[in-house]
Design a protein around this ligand. Structure first.
Ligand code: AMP
Ligand code: GLY
Length: 421
């Protein structure tokens, strides 16, 4: 069959490599894609916010299945539009994508269906939000309800900080995403990510991962989309994964069905593993970036078959993943996560890819007169697969050393927490 993948990041390069291996695939298109996806698929200049254009393209190219990488088209209802046009898609409907699109919606689902999460309040105005902050005290967490590109959360260690966060939110710092605030209890523990494939009825545990959100070594500096990740997460033992499936994922899938918006696609649970067990911090309704890159490096089953099974409501009982650890280091352009410096020349990608066990995913890159240059914040992901986190880390940094990107930077400690364990 012909398949269209929506997105342009390192996640989509990793997905396109896995899709390209499928015996079910005839032709793969990626919109808009990047120079990495161009090596395994045909990139197309399609605007995913223009649903009619996406549908028209699918008709012309005889696309039987559309896989959607990023959250915005899901929250905007691209899957609904495709299905209405008779085109199968991987990802949740607009109503089901509220699990990512509205933190208040997710908290209410958790409360109604007894899914463990931080205690919270929802507020539509500044005064009641401030009163709640003063009543509860610090530390406390202030969140914009809607999609804010990862910037809508303030973990406030003092009342003063929390009040400033509430003020900024209701002053419009996050636009429409901040029309409402969710204010919640501060959770302590170790964070981990857990991914489950869902077909509306059932969930299948996929993999765990941990990422490094901060820009600087030692987990300091501004938050980013993720500077590196590894899978599996050592904190997610088989027992812990089973508990997350039973206490968090399965009840969520049942809840969404009961609410009339069955969830199909991948559920990405951000978890806090604390003294009294795992609690849900938030849901995303897509693969993480860069978590996807390390999970795809471990996947031994046919990705296209699995994504189709989600859409068709016929998930298998298990998925085969390598027991090895995959680790990725993100190379970012100077300035990221602020304004990244674009146009920096990149060399050595082929040398890195020659190292056994190392692969490179493209994110914000482009070809300019035959030269690969930086074209975004996160530019490349160097991925390694090895027997332990320490070995995967050493191998990934050998790959990084082969790359020549004078205008870039990267963290030198990806995997430190897992190695310390
Ligand atoms: P989110 O966008 O909801 O994942 O939040 C971003 C980050 O804020 C998370 O990865 C956590 O590090 C932190 N965070 C969010 N909610 C809480 C909470 N209730 N307690 C402690 N940290 C939190
Ligand atoms: N790396 C975090 C995310 O994709 O949301």
């Amino acid at each position: 069959m012909n398949v269209l993948l929506i997105g342009s990041g390192g996640r989509e390069h990793a997905l396109s490599l896995a899709l390209a291996k499928s015996p079910l695939l005839d032709r793969l298109f990626v919109a808009p894609g990047n120079p990495g996806t161009a090596r395994v698929a045909q990139n197309v200049a399609l605007d995913a916010t223009d649903f009619d254009a996406v549908i028209a393209f699918c008709r012309v190219q005889n696309i039987a299945f559309v896989a959607i990488g990023p959250e915005q088209p899901l929250v905007d209802g691209l899957v609904d539009a495709l299905e209405a046009a008779g085109i199968k898609a991987f990802g949740p409907s607009k109503a089901a994508a509220r699990l990512e699109g509205s933190k208040g919606f997710t908290k209410d689902i958790c409360a109604k269906y007894h899914i463990p999460t931080a205690a919270y309040g929802r507020f539509a105005d500044r005064d009641s939000a401030l009163a709640f902050v003063r009543e509860k005290g610090a530390p406390i967490v202030v969140k914009a309800d809607g999609l804010a590109a990862g910037k809508g959360v303030v973990v406030a260690m003092t009342i003063d900080e929390a009040e400033r966060a509430v003020d900024a939110l209701f002053a419009g710092a996050f636009g429409a995403a901040g029309a409402e605030a969710v204010i919640e209890e501060y959770l302590e523990g170790e964070e981990a990510s857990f991914f489950a494939l869902c077909d509306g009825e059932k969930a299948l545990a996929f993999a765990s991962a941990q990422d490094h959100k901060r820009a600087g070594d030692g987990d300091v500096g501004p938050n980013t989309g993720g500077m590196g990740a590894y899978s599996p997460a050592p904190v997610m033992t088989p027992e812990m994964s089973a508990r997350v499936m039973k206490d968090i994922i399965a009840p969520t899938v049942a809840a969404m069905k009961a609410e009339g918006c069955p969830f199909k696609g991948v559920l990405f649970a951000g978890l806090m593993i604390g003294k009294d067990g795992p609690k849900l911090i938030e849901y995303n309704t897509r693969f993480g970036d860069p978590e996807c890159q390390v999970m795809m490096a471990r996947l031994e089953d046919d990705l296209l078959g699995l994504l189709l099974a989600c859409a068709d409501g016929r998930l298998p009982e298990a998925v085969r993943l390598s027991p090895k650890t995959a680790l990725t280091v993100v190379l970012a352009a100077r300035g990221y996560p602020g304004t990244p410096h674009k146009g920096g020349r990149i060399g050595g990608v082929e040398e890195a890819e020659k190292i056994p066990g190392v692969s490179v995913a493209h994110a914000g890159t482009k070809m300019e007169n035959g030269q690969l240059v930086a074209n975004g914040g996160r530019v490349l992901n160097v991925i390694a697969l090895a027997d332990s986190v320490a070995d995967a880390q050493a191998l990934a940094y050998r790959g990084v050393a082969a790359i020549d990107f004078p205008d870039g930077f990267y963290r030198r400690d990806i995997g430190w927490r897992a190695i310390k364990r």
